[in-house]
Write a protein that binds this ligand. Sequence first.
Ligand code: CP
Ligand code: NVA
Length: 306
Amino acid sequence: MSLRHCIKVDDFSKSEIFELFEIASEVKKKFRNKENFKPFKDLSLAMIFAKPSARTRVSFETGFSWMGGHAIYLAPQDIGLGKRETASDLAQLFSRYNDMIMARVFSHNDILDFEKNATVPVINGLTDYNHPCQILTDIFTIWEFKKNNFDHLKIVYIGDGNNIVNSWLRLSSVLPIEFISISPEGFYPDNTTVDLAKYSGISNIKISNSIDDVKNSDVVYTDVWASMGQKDEIDERIKSFSSYQVNSKLVSTAKPDYLFMHCLPAERGREVTNDVIDSKNSVVFEQAENRLHIQNAIMLKISGKI
Ligand code: CP
Ligand code: NVA
C-alpha cells in the first residue's frame, strides 16, 4: 500500500468519504460499548501542537490509546516549530520513532513540509488554511442526522472566511452539496479555493455578504470571528461582524428542523448567542464527539488497518 496522508478533505474521494462514514459508525459503536479493539497495538502517534487545543488533542489521544497505541503530546514549547527546528527535520525524526504523525501548525506550508518529508502517514490537525478532520466530522454528523434527505440540504456558513470555510469548499469539490458562505466584505474565503470549488462543477456554491441567505437553510454553521493567531484583531473585527451574529432572530428564517453547528471553542455572546447554541437544534456536542470517531476512521483508513 502506498503512503497516505490526510492534509486536506479532498485527499479522499467521494466514495472514500462515505467509506469513512461507515467505518466511523462502526468504531463509534465499539467505542461506546467499550469493546476490545486494538489495531494500533505497539504503535505510536506523535501529536505536534504549535497552537492550543482541547478537542483535537483529547480526541486523538483517546482514540489512538483506545485502539491499543501510545499517543505522545508535544506542546508548542516542546517543539519550537520554525525556531528550534524545521518541519522537514521533525518529519524525518518522528518517522523513525513513530508510526503516524498528527500536527497542528500555523503556516500551511509547515504541514506540506511534514507531508513531503515523512515516511509515515501525516494528519493535519488544523492550519491557518484548513481543518480537514473537523469538516469530515461535520459532514459525518450531518449525514447521521439527515441521512434521508442528505442530497438536498442547504448548508450555510456565516462568519469569517477562514480555515473552516476553506475546508467546506474543498469538500464541495468532491462531494455534491449546496453550500453558501456568508461573510462581511473583506473577510471572504481564499479566492483560489473558491475557484477550485466552483470550477470542479460538483456542488452549488455561493459566496455572499447577505444574511438573507440563511433563509430556508438545513444547517447553520458559525465559527469564531478571530481565529488562533488573530485574537488581537478582535476589537476591530467586532465592528465588521456585529450584524453576522447567529441569534434567535437570524435562525428564525432557517427551516424549523435546522441544525446549528460550530466547530468549538465558541465565544458565547459574540458569534453565537446562548439561546441558539443551547437550543434543541444545536448539535455542537454530537459534532465534537464525532471528532473522535471520524479521526479513528481516518487513522484506520490511511494506515491500511481497515
Ligand atoms: N474544533 C477544534 O479543533 O477544537 P480544538 O481547537 O479545541 O482542538
Ligand atoms: N477557525 C478557528 C477554528 C478552531 C478549531 C481557529 O483556527 O482558531
